[in-house]
Design a protein around this ligand. Structure first.
Ligand SMILES: [Fe+2]
Ligand SMILES: [Fe+2]
Length: 269
């Protein structure tokens, strides 16, 4: 459901009761985005994909918010993506969900997805239980296949985790930061530049997982409630005004251009 459509074409989406793929180029105009495909599950039983497959263009991200997902990547890697785990699978790398644990709540992202094709390689015949998983699973992955990051680790919080330049894991497709602030003091410690700016070519997305965030977009003050997602299109001036605490959320930007951010000076009288 589109919670709110602003005059400047920004959107706030209410994702709380949504499941499956929500944002993408296959949906109606309000949900259309040619770069970012985003979906979610909401406290479902573990599943396994019917086929091992790869994506011709898209990187695929699995962000596990609750429960645990078991995912095979390449020929010989099985990963446990635990609660607050993030797995990025590179294009052309065969992968499949092969099981999991608990009630799974996760966010799925594919980017860029307009040209992407999903190619099935073979039927998924991998069955595994938790006991055998202990022998086969790995804690890391070769960067040619993807990245596995633990969002509980403070080093992975409140910084660009994915992206170009200073980002911890390099991708040319999506900037992503996991924001986690227990209180205002923690937020103030963050050296993040929060001046008014716009992006000349890319859209920026703000997802509130716990608590809410308030942003200034052009002239409008927008609240992004828990479970909601804000899309800010290119050329729209914005900055974060405040959070409610404790706060957790994701900031994403796509497509990536290194010279894309333009800071705006406020004129003093
Ligand atoms: Fe996939
Ligand atoms: Fe921005």
């Amino acid at each position: 459901m589109v919670l709110k459509r602003m005059s400047d074409n920004s959107f706030i989406y209410d994702l709380k009761d949504k499941k499956g793929w929500i944002i993408g180029c296959f949906k109606e105009k309000n949900y259309y985005d040619s770069y970012l495909q985003l979906g979610k599950t909401s406290f479902v039983e573990p599943w396994s994909d019917p086929a091992v497959h790869y994506h011709t263009h898209a990187q695929e991200l699995y962000i596990v918010l609750n429960g645990e997902m078991w995912i095979s990547v390449g020929k010989d890697t099985i990963l446990r993506v635990k609660e607050k785990g993030l797995l990025l699978v590179q294009p052309n790398v065969p992968h499949s969900v092969i099981g999991g644990k608990g009630k799974i709540q996760h966010i799925g992202i594919k980017v860029p997805h307009k040209e992407d094709k999903k190619i099935n390689v073979r039927k998924n015949e991998c069955t595994i239980n938790e006991k055998s998983l202990q022998n086969y699973s790995q804690n890391s992955i070769n960067s040619s296949k993807g990245y596995l990051a633990d969002l509980n680790d403070q080093e992975n919080q409140n910084c660009w985790l994915l992206g170009l330049g200073t980002a911890k894991y390099e991708t040319k497709e999506l900037c992503l930061a996991y924001m986690s602030y227990a209180n205002e003091n923690e937020m103030n410690k963050n050296e993040h530049d929060n001046s008014l700016h716009y992006h000349s070519k890319s859209s920026e997305w703000y997802l509130s997982i716990k608590g809410e965030q308030v942003l200034l977009v052009e002239e409008e003050q927008l609240t992004v409630p828990e479970g909601c997602l804000l899309k800010i299109p290119p050329m729209k001036a914005h900055k974060i005004l405040s959070f409610s605490y404790p706060f957790e959320g994701f900031t994403m930007r796509t497509p990536i251009f290194l010279d894309d951010k333009v800071n705006l000076k406020t004129c003093k009288p």
